[in-house]
Design a protein around this ligand. Sequence first.
Ligand SMILES: NC(=O)c1ccc[n+]([C@@H]2O[C@H](COP(=O)([O-])OP(=O)(O)OC[C@H]3O[C@@H](n4cnc5c(N)ncnc54)[C@H](OP(=O)(O)O)[C@@H]3O)[C@@H](O)[C@H]2O)c1
Length: 302
Amino acid sequence: MFVITGAGGRTGRAAVLRLLAAGHRVRAVGRSTQRLADLAAQGAEVWEADPLDPVALTDAFRGAEGIYAVIQPNYLPDHPDFGAFQDRVAASLTTAVTESGVTRVVGLSSWGAGHPEGTGPVKGLHRFEQRLSAVPGVDTLWLRAGYFMENLLSHVHNAATHHRISAPFDPDLPLPFVSTPDIGARAGDELATGTWHGTEILELQGERDVSMREAVGVIAEAVGADDLTYEQSGIADFHAELRDSGVSVDVADMMAEVGEAVNSRHTRMEQPRTGRTSTPTSIERFVEEEFAPRYRDNVRRG
Ligand SMILES: NC(=O)c1ccc[n+]([C@@H]2O[C@H](COP(=O)([O-])OP(=O)(O)OC[C@H]3O[C@@H](n4cnc5c(N)ncnc54)[C@H](OP(=O)(O)O)[C@@H]3O)[C@@H](O)[C@H]2O)c1
């Protein structure tokens, strides 16, 4: 039996489905079994545990052959100290691994997590890696995923209404765009069949590197918007826009740091691109299946 944390989230849900499809027993953990009802209908055992509750998580992990550990959610935009929240979830997951006696863990981390500083929210994932990897007798595989394709979905409204996508990234810098279902599927595969020992790191770099200019070109073609353009925003403007939209100073600082870290290549992939570090979903497929339908809805609704 495998236990998946963050089962209601993007990567967790995909991990559950992958393991069920391969015939494994799966315990899907979230804060509300109601929100996991569709996974129960597909054969998962659903289990309520808040990621901040180490006792509930320990119960959830007992008897597992392996677990998928994820600090969720991706962001809490209005949190005054998101790093402290990440540390509390990391501590809770680590206590539960220790107390439950689980010996195999696939953990979700990020490109840039080798650095202790200068990487925005990825600093919290660095500390998560350090903390959990220190538990003796546990084989842990860290999936250091690239930049989520799903991050592009925050631009749907501006693309549809202002025909512009802006972000702090250099327009022509190749980015390792990766889809979250691919990450979850890989987590499931590694839990079921992986042969790693001790602490290992595996970067997930996506199908190929894609710059923001290229990504926006793919979107423009898919939605038939010739005038859709990419504009690189300055870090200060980006920070101000986030603040205007209600993001806390702490989280806006972190997001701005991501822009600087990626542009300066402080955050970069370090393993060679191989079949193992690549994942199948192309930017074209993501845009067709996820971005374009939302864009068209947005245009229809005005
Ligand atoms: N964005 C990127 O480019 C990127 C790149 C690499 C790594 N990452 C990492 O990926 C991880 C996120 O993974 P994901 O995308 O699979 O997760 P996710 O989809 O963001 O997780 C969403 C789930 O979090 C739970 N949640 C929501 N608010 C919460 C709260 N206040 N407290 C506790 N749980 C809450 C909800 O589940 P329930 O309601 O069912 O509990 C929700 O379904 C993060 O650690 C992030 O740092 C991100």
